[in-house]
Design a protein around this ligand. Structure first.
Ligand code: PXP
Length: 237
């Protein structure tokens, strides 16, 4: 069975827009856990555009499922992650100007850095996932340098236009997934998954976890807006 881990970065994006404490990240995590997610994912970016260091410390204390920390393999963030001790980390590439994580890791090119990073987390008993494109070479390189899990980047699949292109991209995800399982890697996926495109990815044989953020938080605005407006009207009339 494929399980859902919700990425709550954009609750923090909304909070940072006003620089206050609302909406509360901890409340969001609690609601998501109560609704049945199996993990909470946050990305502590180098530019701290949404999630702040204290958020990760607070979530570590509060959440009852598992905390997946997405992060770039930089000295500063690695030190913070080792102090906090999430249940797992997902290593991602990070460019300061991007709106969201744009591509997967180039595992072969970053071999030494990633190998050292994996070994530091393993010393603390923390499993490491690599966020990679559905590319067989990247899957092999991930296994070779000791990743426990790969998270397949679904961005190209979700942006594919037309049935033919979508099927082709889904095929790449399936092939990469098959190889990952053969090599003994855990298998996750995410990026851009929404209510229209998620099912074929969830159905990939051996798929364990999906990390989904933007579409769930966006939908939550509309599933909750009606109630929020009615509550305010009833207060002011
Ligand atoms: N997985 C990884 C590694 C990501 O970087 C992101 C975006 O933060 C996601 C999953 C979630 O993507 P989305 O917000 O598009 O669902």
């Amino acid at each position: 069975m494929t399980i859902l881990c919700v990425n709550i970065d954009h609750i923090a994006t909304l909070r940072q827009a006003r620089g206050g404490v609302e909406p509360s990240l901890l409340a969001a995590a609690r609601i998501a856990e109560k609704a049945g997610v199996r993990g909470i994912t946050v990305h502590l970016r180098e530019d701290r555009r949404h999630i702040q260091d204290q958020d990760v410390y607070d979530l570590r204390q509060a959440i009852k499922t598992k905390l997946n920390l997405e992060m770039a393999a930089t000295a500063e963030i690695i030190d913070i992650a080792l102090k906090i001790g999430p249940d797992m980390v997902t290593l991602v590439p990070e460019k300061r100007k991007e709106l969201t994580t744009e591509g997967g890791l180039d595992v072969a090119r970053e071999k030494t850095l990633l190998k050292n990073t994996v070994s530091r987390f393993h010393q603390k008993g923390i499993p490491v996932s690599f966020f990679i494109a559905p590319d067989l070479q990247q899957v092999r390189a991930s296994a070779a340098i000791g990743a426990d899990i790969i998270e397949l980047h679904t961005g190209i699949y979700v942006n594919a236009t037309g049935k033919k292109q979508q099927t082709k991209e889904l095929g790449k995800l399936r092939h990469a997934a098959k190889l990952a399982l053969k090599l003994g890697l855990g298998l996750n996926a995410g990026h851009g998954l929404d209510y229209q495109n998620v099912i074929p990815v969830a159905n990939i044989k051996g798929m364990q976890e999906l990390n989904i953020g933007h579409s769930i938080i966006s939908r939550a605005v509309f599933t909750g807006l009606d109630k929020a407006v009615k509550e305010m009207i009833s207060l002011i009339k």
